[in-house]
Design a protein around this ligand. Structure first.
Ligand code: DOR
Length: 436
């Protein structure tokens, strides 16, 4: 007897073509794919012709657990994830305490095992002092370096400290690439201004380009796997287009694809983030970079802060916005508008992140692969509404935007996690594993 049978779905193949049929899940895997499966199952879902996609892997989220659980925790963050079709996430180390030791990582793993309805993985955070831990702590998807300061205390901005980390070890290094010295100099230069748009002037394109260029040069010097998080500028896209070694990857996030400086007038500090939102030319360059493979995949950088915190008035406002539950509908809506294809969405959001982080068996609907799936409705649009969000902070920069592609069901390891607006509270995700 199968654990789960999904019938009458339009099933996405990795190449973006569709076939109509059934999917049987057993032991956490896709056991069978066929045009018709007549076998008993403990649970059967009639997909009624809806689109079945591989579960999304969101390779950059901030779930604030432990330390700032009033903003989010692994229970609410993972629930927001599955609401948005995200079945696995990689979570960032700027928690309190920061994830810089085996002990801190173990605490997160324990919390996640208890609370997360999605599969989970964690980064180890770099400091100038924890080189030994960076290379020994397990299991981690990679090393995160904040080259410029953002939320939390993590920062490695001295050239010799960066060099030591790149020179020692083989793990993937993911960088938040903003140049700390330039941020500080420009913050002083613009100190008279308190309008939110000044955030994009202080942390200008050159601030990002400088740090990305330094990370790229270190990666080349030591042939070290490098991932540039949330690429945001046309200059960085051009830099990688001219010179991108095979061991380097880059990501874009919906905020930098769909928002730009014109949105400060409407949304103010709600759209304040690091690196900041830019111009329409930067939006276009990021789309072009995704389409030609210079940018490898999409993350959300889900970074929840409460509305009260976000309304304190610049510069007393924290940077970041929630996004884990809206990325797939945003991209599927863009697909309907002709901006990308179903093949690209699967590459950018499903198997692309899995390949880069060497997570086996995820991101494609194939027999024997993990049964991480999401069944979405691309026929009907529904507006994002703050009050309907699953994130603990209960707001979204996309409030009011009509989106297609909302998940009806999300399935994690063959178990239903999200069912027509409700969480199956007994479902639990598993720790992600990484190939050497
Ligand atoms: O805007 C941001 N918020 N950028 C980051 O790098 C961190 C994040 C957060 O954790 O709030």
């Amino acid at each position: 007897m199968y654990n789960l049978l999904i019938r009458n779905a339009r099933i996405a193949r990795p190449d973006g073509t569709l076939f109509e049929g059934d999917v049987a899940c057993e032991d956490g895997h896709i056991a069978r794919l066929d045009s018709k499966i007549s076998a008993p199952a403990r649970e059967t879902i009639d997909a009624a012709g809806k689109l079945l996609l591989p579960g999304v892997i969101d390779p950059q989220v901030h779930f604030r657990d432990p330390g700032s659980e009033y903003k989010e925790d692994l229970a609410t963050g993972s629930r927001a994830a599955v609401r948005g079709g995200v079945t696995s996430f990689l979570e960032m180390p700027n928690t309190a305490p920061p994830t810089t030791t085996q002990e801190a990582l173990d605490e997160k793993l324990t919390h996640a095992a208890r609370k997360s309805v999605a599969n989970y993985g964690f980064f180890i955070g770099a400091t100038p002092e924890n080189l030994e831990a960076l290379n020994s702590v397990n299991p981690v998807c990679g090393i995160k370096i904040f080259m410029g300061s953002s939320t939390g205390t993590l920062l490695v901005n001295r050239a010799e400290d960066l060099e030591r980390i790149f020179a020692n070890g083989t793990r993937l290094i993911a960088v938040h690439a903003e140049d700390e010295a330039r941020i500080n100099a420009r913050r002083a230069q613009f100190s008279g201004r308190t309008d939110p748009a000044v955030h994009s002037e202080i942390r200008d394109n050159e601030t990002a380009r400088l740090a990305s260029a330094l990370a790229l040069s270190l990666s080349k010097r030591y042939q070290r796997r490098l991932h540039i998080l949330h690429l945001s500028t046309k200059e960085e896209v051009a830099m990688l287009r001219a010179d991108k070694p095979a061991w380097v990857t880059a990501e874009a996030i919906p905020n930098h694809l769909f928002l730009n400086k014109t949105d400060y007038a409407r949304l103010g500090t709600l759209v304040q983030m690091n690196p900041p939102i830019r111009t329409e030319q930067d939006n276009d360059a990021l789309w072009a970079g995704l389409r030609d493979g210079i940018i490898d995949f999409i993350a959300t950088d889900h970074a929840p802060h409460t509305l009260e915190e976000k309304q304190r008035g610049y510069p007393n406002t924290p940077s970041g916005m929630p996004g884990v539950e809206t990325s797939l509908p945003l991209l599927l809506t863009a697909m309907k508008a002709g901006r990308c294809t179903l093949a690209e969405i699967q590459k950018w959001m499903c198997y692309g992140p899995a390949e880069a982080y060497r997570i086996p068996n995820k991101g494609k609907i194939l027999e024997g692969w993990d049964a991480d799936l999401t069944l979405v409705d691309i026929e009907h649009a529904r507006a994002v509404r703050n009050e309907e969000t699953f994130t603990k902070v209960r707001w979204s920069p996309w409030h009011g935007r009509e989106l297609y592609g909302w998940p009806q069901y999300t399935i994690v390891n063959g178990d239903v996690a999200f069912d027509n607006g409700k969480i199956r509270e007994t479902t639990r995700g598993r720790p992600l594993t990484y190939l050497a």
